[in-house]
Ligand binder design. Structure first.
Ligand SMILES: [Zn+2]
Length: 331
């Protein structure tokens, strides 16, 4: 079965060419494409050669995070998102066995986000969308986002949660790359908690949420969510341990939603990956590397295959079977 990497990014060629020739693309400069950082300026032929060397048959690609542009004027964001999505669709069309795609959508305006998600799913044949962990600080328990999740469920779109720009940690300490090292993982746990406590997963049980970086601190911290929600105490129903209960609306113990999400294996640690698998179930974990960022899970296929903490069947599930099922390539 093909090896499929579900977490890989693309800085579009049309952006790179515009930056090289005139230094500008829809009002953006050289920063959003992260040119000169990691391997974001890699050419398509070089990418394919590197995938061959790594043993990766297919990448599920998304535009680089700088192109999400939630803080830009809506009309500009729509254009930038659309152009990025068109380029991803062209990559998939040219190399249908090597790439599948997910688009970016203007989440600052949910109706526009829904319209672009419908276009990428129905016209461009993509597998889903990638969205930031929050939208200008707003989390996804905000009722304004309910129509977006309803549409994603209806379309069968994967919703890939990924950081963009500063994470919440930057407000406290932005040295030592903490907004990346700690922030990304914190944001992912916040996504999980707000989707679960906000009742989004109850309303949309067929949603396909994919959490980058192994879901961050989610699996490690979910028992505390259970405790807060009153789900650890014996007896019928949940009784939150604090009075006033802050409007919890989830129907089940928070930990019971772990198996509703997908998680990439980008943990950099075999023992952490083992913990994740034991917490969420082997069928929910997929190969995801963050290629071609500096934080890439290096030599990913050999890394997974060499882990002493995993069984042979688990490795094959992560590398091939689970991504294929997530992408709808197999039952
Ligand atoms: Zn990434």
């Amino acid at each position: 079965m093909p090896v499929i990497d579900t977490h890989a990014h693309v800085t579009p060629e049309r952006y790179k060419q515009a930056i090289r020739t005139r230094g500008e693309w829809y009002g953006l400069d050289e920063h959003p494409g992260e040119l000169g950082f990691g391997k974001f300026d890699i050419s398509l032929p070089d990418r394919l050669a590197e995938m061959d060397a790594l043993g990766v048959d297919m990448q599920l690609v998304t535009p680089t995070v700088g192109f999400y542009q939630y803080a830009n004027e809506l009309s500009k964001t729509r254009l930038i998102n659309r152009e990025c999505n068109n380029e991803i669709a062209e990559m998939v069309e040219q190399h249908p066995t090597r790439f599948a795609g997910m688009g970016i959508v203007p989440m600052q305006d949910p109706p526009s986000a829904i319209a672009e998600m419908e276009r990428v799913m129905l016209e461009l044949g993509m597998k889903g969308v990638v969205i930031s962990d929050h939208v200008a600080g707003r989390t996804y328990d905000d009722p304004d986002f309910l129509p977006f999740f309803a549409a994603a469920e209806e379309l069968g779109a994967i919703v890939f949660f990924h950081q963009s720009q500063d994470t919440i940690i930057a407000k406290r300490n932005s040295r030592y790359k903490l907004p990346n090292a700690v922030g990304n993982l914190t944001e992912r746990a916040l996504v999980y908690a707000t989707l679960v406590f906000g009742g989004v997963l109850d309303r949309f049980p067929d949603l396909k949420p994919l959490l980058a970086h192994g879901g961050g601190y989610t699996a490690y911290g979910v028992a505390r969510m259970d405790k807060v929600a009153g789900a650890l105490e014996a007896g019928e129903g949940m009784t939150p341990v604090f009075k006033g209960n802050d409007g919890f609306s989830q129907q089940l113990a928070p930990s019971e939603y772990l198996s509703r999400f997908y998680y990439d294996c980008c943990t950099y640690s075999g023992s952490v990956l083992r913990f994740l698998i034991d917490a969420v179930g082997i069928e929910r974990v997929v190969l995801g590397t963050d290629y071609p960022a500096p934080m890439v899970l290096a030599d990913c296929v050999n890394w997974v295959r060499g882990l002493p903490e995993l069984e042979h069947d688990e490795k094959e599930a992560i590398l091939s079977e689970n991504p294929a099922r997530l992408l709808g390539f197999s039952g």
